[in-house]
Design a protein. Structure first.
Length: 151
């Protein structure tokens, strides 16, 4: 498990998928997927469809009038450290964007710790990726990215 991901984050994602929980008002759906390379699981994705993404309290947008409206699928991706650098995180996100459950999303969003160089490099490979802002949460600096469906 990556050092920047907490076991609690994985547990919450799995619990939300396995049992009914009360979600905040802007949540529409919660999905969890496991990506495989052949028979080997290589990545875990948690995806939350929100009616509108709401920035955290200490969010600093790249542009003052950046449009963050519309249904958004927010991703959290975990890849085993033994498999880092092989493109699994990027491939898993792109496959999830093409999944029928993602059809209701107008945009996709991911938040990455500013000191996670590997994930920042991986997210830059997604076509149309845009840095929308930074945030300070949980004692860390985060970078928020957004992209739209491929046409």
């Amino acid at each position: 498990m990556p050092a920047h991901a907490s076991r609690a984050m994985v547990a919450i994602s799995v619990v939300r998928t396995l049992r009914k929980v009360t979600l905040p008002e802007n949540y529409r759906e919660v999905h969890s997927w496991v990506a495989y390379d052949g028979d080997r699981p290589v990545a875990f994705l948690s995806a939350e469809l929100l009616s509108r993404w709401s920035p955290p309290e200490m969010f600093f947008p790249v542009e003052p009038d950046i449009d963050l409206t519309g249904p958004t699928l927010v991703f959290a991706t975990l890849v085993d450290p033994e498999l880092w650098g092989r493109g699994y995180a990027t491939a898993a996100k792109m496959a999830a964007c093409d999944h029928p459950a993602a059809a209701r999303a107008e945009a996709f969003h991911a938040c990455i710790r500013a000191d996670n160089e590997r994930s920042l490099k991986a997210i830059s490979k997604i076509p149309g990726i845009q840095l929308v802002g930074t945030a300070a949460e949980e004692g860390h600096r985060w970078r928020h990215f957004r992209w739209h469906r491929r046409t």
